[in-house]
Design a protein around this ligand. Structure first.
Ligand SMILES: Nc1nc2c(c(=O)[nH]1)N[C@H]1C(S)=C(S)[C@@H](COP(=O)(O)O)O[C@H]1N2
Ligand SMILES: [Mo]
Length: 222
């Protein structure tokens, strides 16, 4: 695979990608259990951490607020590109949630501030045929969701975590947070959100990860 395939001008950590891809092929980390969030806070096969691990492809793009743009396009009535002032002028909301990474760490009680997905959907107005969403980060990372999963009330685009501006390593200035799915579905340094009629698997989904990634069903690998 091309080392520069993210197109971000950096080199992705190819060894790490290959290791995670091999785990997906071998079904590593699977316990075969399922659970229901109402009954058990920690999903099957996860362990609780107190710190906040950093996971990415090894490229942490520097996106100053002045250079930030977020584009909403595809099957929408109102395609829009927001700059930082435009984004922060949208109604701001808070969310409190747990996050679960496919590499088996979970972190409870994360406070996020940003813009609710419902606000973005009101602005862009997806067309009736838009059932899927594709995300792209400034590092070239991509992932996919159904519109239904993206539109969940707990999902948001966050610029702050624990009362502070999101650090560059965690995806600042802006990241997606879709906490009911494994955290690889939550694009850091988000740049573009495209609404589609068909599913478009992203970086990890084409490397053996599950298409949906529900931690309660242990949907680690596809
Ligand atoms: N743009 C981008 N977003 C990304 C990734 C990435 O490599 N690039 N990694 C994903 C993965 S695999 C995880 S587990 C989470 C990690 O977020 P964190 O570093 O804030 O813990 O970001 C997700 N979002
Ligand atoms: Mo991850």
């Amino acid at each position: 695979m091309d080392q520069d395939e993210t197109g971000a001008g950096g080199r992705i950590r190819q060894k790490l990608v290959e290791t995670k891809q091999a785990w997906a092929r071998a079904g590593r980390l699977l316990t075969g259990a399922t659970a229901r969030p109402e009954e058990q806070r920690l999903p099957p096969g996860q362990r609780l951490v107190q710190d906040f691990p950093v996971l990415d492809l090894g490229i942490q793009p520097n996106v100053p607020e002045g250079a930030f743009r977020l584009t909403l396009d595809g099957l929408v009535e109102n395609p829009v590109t927001l700059d930082w002032a435009g984004f922060t002028a949208l109604p701001q909301e808070e969310r409190l949630n747990d996050i679960h990474c496919v590499t088996q760490w979970s972190r409870y009680e994360n406070t996020w501030h940003g813009v609710a997905v419902a606000t973005l959907l009101d602005l862009a107005q997806p067309k009736p045929e838009a059932g899927f969403v594709s995300f792209e980060g400034y590092d070239g990372y991509t992932t996919n969701l159904t519109l239904e999963d993206f539109a969940r009330p707990e999902s948001l685009l966050a610029h702050s975590w624990a009362g502070q501006r999101l650090s560059r390593q965690h995806g600042g200035p802006l990241r997606v947070v879709v906490p009911h799915l494994y955290f690889w579905k939550s694009t850091k340094w988000v740049k573009r959100i495209t609404f589609l009629a068909e599913n478009k698997p992203g970086f990890w989904e084409v490397r053996g990860y599950h298409d949906r990634g529900d931690p309660w069903l242990e949907e680690r690998y596809g």
